[in-house]
Design a protein around this ligand. Structure first.
Ligand code: F6P
Length: 337
């Protein structure tokens, strides 16, 4: 069957995530195997606006499946939110003969995809964010690697917290999403997990849990706090969510927690097997969509299967926290003895 596109562009946008390179590689290799040309676009939508692009061949993606970060660089682009910026990007596509674009990133990236497709360029989005906060897909590239990075760090913290009989307050990424905090909290046997999606009460959800754990003979405690747990940008920046929770613990219980902010460490590192394989499957799927003449789609992971969904519908699916993971956490942390 003839391809519906002849030359496609590929870009990564927004916060990077481990596995983005594997997705870029899969896009390039799948396209080339179908006789479709590939143009690499640097720094996300900014590169499309300024024409910062290069031709990608098979060698350009050699030895990157195992590399963290993104060889295409990434950026958050304000100019692309304007009509003028979008017109410039369309002009680049027309000039270079790009008739399809694969964009790898999070929700912001997908809103950019929508804008471009409204200007007549075929687009397919691939979910790549460690936050795993895109409602239409059960999984976004980078989540598992980031979770494992956080878990490894927290396991180390636990050793020293246990020796000194201390309380540790650890901040994990997630400005508007607590998925990573919840997942990591379950995996590390946390005393409490605080997330932005649900209102929480310091007395009930932190102080009582620490008291309860103490009553059951525990002398070290692990509190996991999502970056955006307070739903308050001021606290997030100053002093930071984990620092604020530690302050509250100190005031209420008289203990002096140690605060660790894992920060951007969670975004780096070699992608693990799950992220490499998912990224490769998604990259392949994105090119198949464009080749088949599909436009305005998001590649999704649902129940173990890769599929695609209309971009507008996808953007309307609200982000949510896994209810079953929450119940499990509740059972693990709210024990009575
Ligand atoms: O990629 C998403 C995310 O990791 C959020 O969890 C975090 O709030 C944000 O990116 C930080 O982004 P940056 O510091 O790179 O702007």
């Amino acid at each position: 069957m003839e391809n519906a596109v002849k030359r496609i562009g590929v870009l990564t946008s927004g916060g990077d995530s481990p596995g983005m390179n594997a997705a870029v590689r899969a896009v390039v290799r799948t396209a080339l195997s179908r006789g479709i040309d590939v143009i690499g676009i640097r720094r996300g939508w900014s590169g499309l606006i300024s024409g910062d692009v290069f031709r990608m061949d098979g060698d350009s993606v050699a030895h990157i499946i195992n590399r963290g970060g993104t060889i295409l660089y990434t950026a958050r682009c304000e100019e692309f939110k304007t009509e003028e910026g979008q017109q410039k990007a369309v002009a680049t596509c027309k000039l270079l003969g790009i008739d399809g674009v694969v964009a790898i990133g999070g929700g912001g990236t997908f809103r950019g995809c929508l804008a471009l497709s409204r200007h007549g360029i075929s687009v397919v989005g691939i979910p790549g964010t460690i936050d795993n906060d895109i409602g239409c897909t059960h999984y976004s590239i980078g989540y598992d690697t980031a979770a494992n990075t956080a878990i490894e760090a927290i396991d180390r913290l636990r050793d020293t917290m246990q020796s000194h009989e201390r309380c540790s307050v650890v901040e994990v990424m997630g400005h508007r999403a607590g998925n990573l905090a919840l997942y990591v909290g379950i995996a590390t046997g946390a005393t409490a997990v605080l997330m932005p999606e649900h209102p929480w009460d310091f007395q009930k959800d932190v102080a009582e849990r620490i008291r309860n754990a103490r009553l059951h003979g525990k002398s070290h405690f692990m509190i996991i706090v999502a970056e955006g747990a307070f739903n308050n940008d001021e606290i997030m920046k100053n002093p930071g969510s984990a620092a604020k929770v530690a302050e509250m613990i100190h005031e209420e219980l008289g203990i002096e927690p140690r605060v660790t902010v894992l920060g951007h460490i969670q975004r780096g590192g070699c992608p693990n097997a799950r992220d490499r394989v998912t990224a490769t499957r998604m990259g392949y799927w994105a090119v198949e969509c464009l080749a088949a003449g599909k436009n305005n789609r998001v590649v999704c992971h649902q129940g173990g299967t890769i599929c695609d969904m209309d971009m507008e519908e996808a953007l309307e699916v609200p982000h949510s926290i896994s209810a079953s993971e929450e119940r499990v956490l509740q059972a693990m942390t709210g024990f009575e003895g």
